[in-house]
Design a protein around this ligand. Structure first.
Ligand code: URA
Length: 212
């Protein structure tokens, strides 16, 4: 099966294309395109985020890179042996993921950090391709409710049967996969105490026990 990543100038979502044009003028040095996933396709763990941050992944072309959410995510992955190198907020910093791949529910930066249901649905064709091409995939970690619903949607599960809850493990029996939820590592969630570093570490510990 051919592996379809969206092109940098993906034209599928009109609102995101408009926003890209504005950003190309305003921030000409930024990447300003559909951000490709990070990590190897042969990983056992797939982390699904929301969408690139304007000054983060949309600038650096790597998910969660130079985003506040990555400042929480990447050091914790490294602490648990799921990454190596020095995370320096640049695509060429040599930082590497171990047994993990990271992608987003929507691959282009949305205005005000908010995606529409239609954009999640449209970008879902890339998410499903991603999942289908990860032959060793065992666990999908969804960061936030949008990613949780995006994964259920592309795999064809009823949302009502799988309620999002932090650190909950869902058995996606038809696909022989586990899905685990975490609150998103966003600045808002950290600042409001919805998610703490300890809570996120508990999710990673849970994943490491599950893939043993
Ligand atoms: N950056 C990303 O790439 N994804 C997110 O979900 C948040 C920030």
């Amino acid at each position: 099966m051919p592996f379809k990543c969206p092109e940098r100038n993906c034209a599928l979502c009109p609102r995101l294309v408009e926003f890209r044009k504005t950003n190309q003028e305003k921030y000409p040095t930024y990447y300003n395109g559909a951000v490709p996933p990070f990590g190897n396709l042969d990983a056992e763990i797939l982390i699904v985020g929301l969408a690139p941050g304007l000054n983060g992944a949309n600038q650096t072309a790597r998910p969660f890179t130079n985003d506040y959410a990555g400042d929480i995510l990447y050091p914790i992955l490294k602490e648990f042996g799921l990454a190596k190198g020095n995370y320096q907020k640049r695509k060429d910093d040599g930082f590497e993921l171990i047994n993990v791949r990271i992608t987003n529910s929507v691959r282009c930066v949305p205005p005000k950090n908010q995606v529409t249901g239609e954009e999640v649905k449209t970008c879902g064709k890339f998410l499903i391709d991603e999942i289908n091409n990860m032959k060793n995939l065992k666990i999908i970690l969804t960061l936030g409710g949008v990613a949780h619903n995006a994964v259920l949607g592309v795999l064809g599960y009823k949302k009502a049967a799988f309620k999002f809850a932090h650190n909950a493990v869902h058995h996606l029996a038809k696909h022989n996969l586990l899905m685990i939820n975490s609150y998103h590592t966003s600045r808002y969630n950290i600042n409001t105490g919805v998610l703490t570093a300890e809570m996120f570490k508990d999710v990673i510990k849970n994943i490491l026990n599950l893939i043993k």
